[in-house]
Design a protein around this ligand. Structure first.
Ligand code: MOS
Length: 769
């Protein structure tokens, strides 16, 4: 491969070999001298107060070092909620008093010499409670409803034109309500933290998407200077939004380690993961679409309800999405937050977009049928070059190309629009459905540092977290292309607050953020090399280097064309050159990420918790798009739905790594199938908490549930949003996928399922019973 063609290639995953060898260090893999192990104990009532707590039996277990409860835990400074202005995933701090805010919150932490002793002792802690009433479902009368526009002014009621008036006048109206359940991230890697104190400094190893936020929030809550905290997160076994803020398990590990004066490893058990950190809130969407008889949609009214907690208002911005996907001239959108007795919800892959577009894309399917218009055609007709909300042009929008290519490749023109009209040879019902999706283009400020060595290797440190998506691969490809080195000669450090600022990585902005920061530093390296060459009276035709040698006292490359980069270093007597780089999103001012600014040339890079902007930028608005095409089969008698074919075409701008982009896309579709057909966190108003808090009862697809999936990329650059042409990819894939599946199920069965996930009993009709 030529040295300049790494970007866009299908080159192997940068960390592929080490992952296969089991070498990457996840949070729980950190080893330390005199390690101890902590296991939490959780509350078993839906809400109330602890009236008695007996830890004597736990204390007697050999090896137990401490049992921390609200009676002896250090008091904390307040936690600032990340989705307000702070860095913590909730403002609620359990174990500061006898309050039980929700079932499953931690009420004690046992620390012991071994994991076994800690687990045994945790099982011996007993508690008595005074139980208070609680609410865990959206329609519980005891839940408090909050008008988001009043409570969170940054998310006002959205209005474009006259949504209500045009709806009243429309001859064709679809008015339907769609529901989505709570879901919990279930990464294979459990939440795990190793906390170590040394001379007043705190070192945290943890799988987080936001090492900078962990650092900020810990410093704030513990009352120590930020410089005394270092957070290291080289790998995560699945982020997906669960780890975008500092979570309470980290505080517990830090407090426990300080108390006993030894390192503490806290691996949160699966059941506690369901209650320790945030999750996808349950939501409900009333969608009203008004259309003329000729098939023109004149109005969309979207009233959303979303779950939040008693202690925080987690904003929900569904109307920010539904108003902007299509060229519909009249819109009104409201959001009601419903305070329930659970931990605070938060981001989970395409948090607002997935649930909103499930509702919108289902309603469009209902409207298409009413209008006798093909659902692909209905969407094509409502394409728009400008953002309805701001009136600004989209920097790029290739939704129509996604729809056209997808329809063509899927064979959509062979579809008989009548529901129930298609059968497989075995008698099962066949349905073809489609839906589209969008996800905002977001980018974050980032910092980087590159050191190029004379031996032809480079160390790259950059803002960013490896959440499983393979971000090291895009960093390596871009560094390789920029420096003229093969990717395997590039060592990458990310997620470490000591080497580069580590603001949150999420929102599908990882690639578009890390890549330009790396390029910025690489450009500086190239400039330095040119200076070295010029000082030696040599011209550098190319800064590519894969090999160098001396000939007649001069350094030449393999083709004798001139001195090469590391050869230059050798000749100049330098062992390395170093440069720092930075990146700001379009229009982003350094004042929006103030601590990045001095990073440019300073030795110690400062840190920021969060520094992202989008999708509206000066002069344009950016979104990624997708079109999904799905075939399902539903058993004629026992109406079990299965996805048998899925094709999705994506407009994510330019693809940097075909290898990792494809696997991101496949993962998003698997999750779409999961969301449509299996995944839900079950609540019971009698008990509170989440009942199916284990991988046996929290249903996710296995290999047998997943057919051959086909993903395709438009792969055309968006050069307004990013000099590299990149838009975001990870999350858009999940958006619309569930609606495409339920639309296909409708086409197969004539049954419209408006509440996710689909259960077999939803599809049982009189004739099939
Ligand atoms: Mo994401 S849900 O911002 O990791």
């Amino acid at each position: 491969m030529s040295a300049m063609a790494w970007i866009g290639s299908d080159h192997v995953r940068h960390d592929g070999t080490e992952k296969v060898r089991g070498e990457p260090i996840y949070g729980a893999d950190r080893t330390a001298e005199a390690m101890t192990y902590a296991v939490p104990v959780s509350a078993t009532v839906g809400r109330g107060r602890i009236t008695a707590l007996d830890t004597t039996a736990a204390q007697r277990v050999p090896g137990v070092l401490a049992v921390l409860t609200h009676e002896n835990l250090d008091r904390l400074h307040p936690a600032d909620f990340a989705y307000g202005v702070g860095s913590a995933s909730t403002s609620y701090q359990p174990m500061q008093d006898a309050v039980v805010a929700y079932r499953g919150q931690p009420i004690a932490l046992v620390v012991a010499e071994t994991l076994e002793a800690a687990a045994e002792a945790a099982g011996l802690v007993t508690a008595g409670y005074k139980v208070e009433p609680f609410a865990v479902t959206l329609d519980d009368p005891a839940a408090e409803s909050v008008d988001q526009a009043q409570a969170v002014p940054t998310f006002p009621v959205l209005e474009i034109g006259e949504g209500d008036r045009l709806l009243d006048q429309a001859p064709v109206v679809v008015d339907a309500t769609y529901g989505t359940p709570a879901q919990h991230h279930n990464g294979l890697e459990l939440l795990s933290t190793v906390a170590e104190w040394k001379d007043g400094s705190l070192l945290i190893h943890e799988g987080t998407q936001a090492a900078g936020r962990v650092r900020h929030a810990l410093a704030n809550q513990l009352g120590i200077p930020m410089e005394m905290v270092r957070a290291v997160a080289p790998y995560l076994g699945g982020g997906f939004g669960q780890r975008t803020g500092q979570t309470f398990n980290t505080v517990l590990a830090a407090l426990a380690a300080r108390r006993i004066g030894r390192p503490v490893k806290l691996i949160v058990p699966r059941a506690d993961v369901f209650h320790m950190v945030h999750f996808r809130p349950a939501s409900r969407h009333r969608i009203r679409l008004g259309a003329r008889d000729d098939g023109t949609i004149t109005s969309l009214v979207h009233d959303a309800h979303a779950q939040t907690s008693r202690h925080d208002l987690m904003p929900f911005w569904g109307p920010e999405v539904s108003s902007r996907m299509y060229g519909i001239p009249n819109f009104r959108g409201t959001t009601t937050l419903v305070r329930l007795d659970t931990q605070t919800p938060g981001y989970m892959r395409a948090p607002m977009e997935m649930v909103t577009m499930f509702a919108v894309e289902s309603a469009l399917d209902e409207l298409a049928e009413r209008l006798h218009v093909d659902p692909v055609e209905l969407r094509r007709r409502h394409d728009t070059a400008t953002d309805p909300l701001t009136g600004r042009p989209f920097s790029s929008r290739r939704l129509k190309q996604c729809l056209d290519r997808g329809a063509e490749r899927f064979g959509w023109s062979r579809r008989d629009p009548a529901a129930g009209s298609m059968r497989a040879d075995d008698g099962s019902l066949v349905g073809w459905g489609m839906a589209a999706g969008c996800y905002p283009g977001i980018a974050s400020a980032a910092g980087s540092r590159i050191r190029l060595h004379e031996n032809g290797t480079a160390d790259v440190a950059v803002s960013g977290h490896e959440m499983g998506q393979g971000i090291r691969t895009v960093i390596a490809l871009v560094a390789a292309e920029s420096l003229g080195l093969p990717p395997d000669r590039i060592r990458i450090t990310i997620g470490d607050t000591r080497v580069a600022p580590q603001p949150e990585t999420g929102g599908s902005w990882g690639t578009a953020t890390a890549v330009p920061a790396v390029r910025d530093a690489a450009n500086d390296i190239r400039a330095q090399l040119h200076q070295i060459a010029a000082a030696r009276g040599e011209s550098v035709a190319t800064v590519d280097v894969t090999e160098c040698r001396l000939a007649d006292g001069r350094l030449v490359g393999p083709d004798n064309s001139g001195p090469l980069m590391t050869g230059l270093l050798m000749a100049a007597g330098r062992s390395s050159v170093e440069a720092t780089g930075q990146y700001y999103a379009p229009g982003q001012q350094p004042s929006e990420a103030p601590t990045l600014a001095p990073a440019r040339k300073s030795a110690v890079m400062a840190d920021v918790g969060s520094a992202f902007v989008g999708p509206a930028f000066p002069g344009f608005v950016t979104w990624s798009y997708i079109a999904h095409f799905v075939e399902v089969r539903v058993g004629a008698r026992v109406r079990r739905p299965r996805v048998t074919r899925m094709l999705s075409v994506i407009d994510c701008g330019r693809v940097i790594s075909r290898r990792t982009a494809t696997s991101q896309a496949l993962g998003g579709l698997v999750w779409g199938i999961s969301t449509a057909l299996s995944e839900e966190s079950i609540v019971d108003p009698r008990y509170g908490g989440f009942l199916n808090s284990n991988l046996g009862d929290y249903k996710m697809p296995v290999n047998a549930d997943i057919p051959t999936l086909d993903v395709d990329f438009i792969d055309e650059p968006d050069t307004s949003f990013s000099a590299f042409g990149i838009k975001g990819l990870g999350e858009v894939v999940h958006v619309g996928a569930a609606a495409a599946i339920t639309n296909a199920i409708y086409h197969a069965t004539g049954v419209r399922v408006r509440d996710l996930p689909v259960h077999i009993e939803d599809l049982m009709t009189e004739t099939s019973r």
